[in-house]
Design a binder for this molecule. Structure first.
Ligand SMILES: Cc1cc2nc3c(=O)[nH]c(=O)nc-3n(C[C@H](O)[C@H](O)[C@H](O)COP(=O)(O)OP(=O)(O)OC[C@H]3O[C@@H](n4cnc5c(N)ncnc54)[C@H](O)[C@@H]3O)c2cc1C
Length: 331
């Protein structure tokens, strides 16, 4: 890469960027090129830069639900890691549909989060961390995000995946999302115009630039206790201290699985603890594959395929993968 070419990059970049450190599963090879936009405009410019060159584009949030590929990933990885801002809009108070000021603007003053007063609304850029948001809502005594306690990743990934659990789904607190369309246009989509389903926001190839989250006023103590309870439950049933990418499979239709979740089916198929290379089906939870050390993406994918095939053969239930795998052609 010549210096002329390098100076033409739209934002901070890294060549031959190691990927495993960006994945909670700790697998992955090297990105030929990684762009690291630090503002919404840089994100727009980065995506346009990739698309103008016809290169494969791989979008990475916190890497908490993606199996990053082994080897050299050609094309460009665009990470939202540096788009971490969270705003509280007081004053002027945020009003739904008010377009007099752009709530996502870098110029918007950031109000110290733990202050009280104003509408319980948070405006977040795509790379805001979900654990950070849970902490912010706890400090404010605002309810709605407690169930996300212990769920790693970014709000952009959480919205795209419609992160959730038995408590509910992230989209329940989404008032609107700002998306970057494939044609390069930017759009604010109110919740009513979106159709999120189980672990899928159905946003297609749109990129989430940010979101407006509407929470409910509660009390710090109540929110804090709820967060603590969710965390405790998660620690009891999931291998949260080990390297994983969260649930491997979506839970199947209970009518087809006799009410059994994906983890239970894997467990009943006798696969808990099964291993390929450094990848192992967690002895704690059948729907988690953990990296016991030195696993490759190839190991993980082979183990997932073994689980899928065994469950299909034993119970006639076709499990659908929840974790994402990049298409080499990009998005
Ligand atoms: C220990 C552990 C526990 C977990 N518990 C839960 C749980 O309880 N509930 C749950 O739902 N998940 C859970 N997960 C999975 C994970 O935390 C969530 O899916 C999270 O939303 C992933 O966010 P991310 O930023 O890491 O996404 P990534 O893994 O980076 O990306 C996931 C997908 O979203 C896309 N994406 C990322 N950012 C954007 C964006 N800005 N715009 C559009 N698309 C984007 C990516 O291209 C990819 O297709 C858990 C994971 C771990 C490791």
């Amino acid at each position: 890469m010549t210096s002329t070419e390098a100076s033409a990059f739209p934002c901070a970049y890294r060549q031959r960027a190691p990927l495993a450190e960006r994945s909670t599963l700790r697998v992955g090879g090297t990105a030929e090129l990684m762009l690291e936009p630090a503002s919404p405009q840089e994100l727009v410019d980065a995506v346009a830069w990739v698309r103008e060159r016809g290169l494969p584009l791989h979008l990475l949030g916190g890497g908490a639900n993606t199996i990053l590929p082994d080897g050299v990933v050609s094309g460009v990885v665009v990470t939202t890691d540096r788009l971490r801002r969270t705003y509280r809009l007081v004053p002027p108070e945020y009003k739904s549909g008010d377009d007099s000021g752009d709530p996502y603007s870098e110029a918007t003053p950031r109000i110290a989060l733990p202050e009280d007063g104003g509408e319980p609304v948070l405006v977040v850029w795509a790379g805001s961390s979900m654990p950070g948001l849970v902490n912010a809502s706890k400090a404010l005594g605002w309810s709605g995000l407690e169930g996300l306690a212990g769920v790693p990743g970014t709000i952009g990934g959480g919205i795209a995946m419609n992160a959730g659990g038995s408590w509910g789904e992230l989209w329940e607190v989404v008032e609107s999302v700002r998306v970057l369309n494939v044609d390069g246009s930017i759009e604010d989509l109110p919740r009513e115009r979106c159709s999120p389903t189980y672990r899928n926001a159905n946003l297609g190839e749109r990129i989430v630039m940010g979101a407006v989250l509407r929470l409910e006023k509660s009390h710090k103590k109540i929110v804090g206790e709820a967060v603590r309870d969710y965390l405790k439950h998660k620690r009891d049933v999931q291998p949260v201290t080990e390297a994983s990418a969260g649930c491997v499979f979506k839970n199947p239709d209970p009518n087809l699985s006799g009410g059994r979740g994906a983890g239970q089916l894997v467990d009943e198929a006798g696969l808990k603890g099964a291993a390929i290379g450094g990848a192992q089906v967690s002895p704690k939870h059948g729907n988690f594959v953990v990296n016991t050390g030195g696993a490759t993406a190839t190991d993980v994918l082979a183990l997932i395929e073994r689980c899928r095939a065994t469950v299909a053969e034993r119970f006639g239930v076709e499990l659908e993968r929840e974790v994402k795998v990049w298409d080499p052609r990009g998005r």
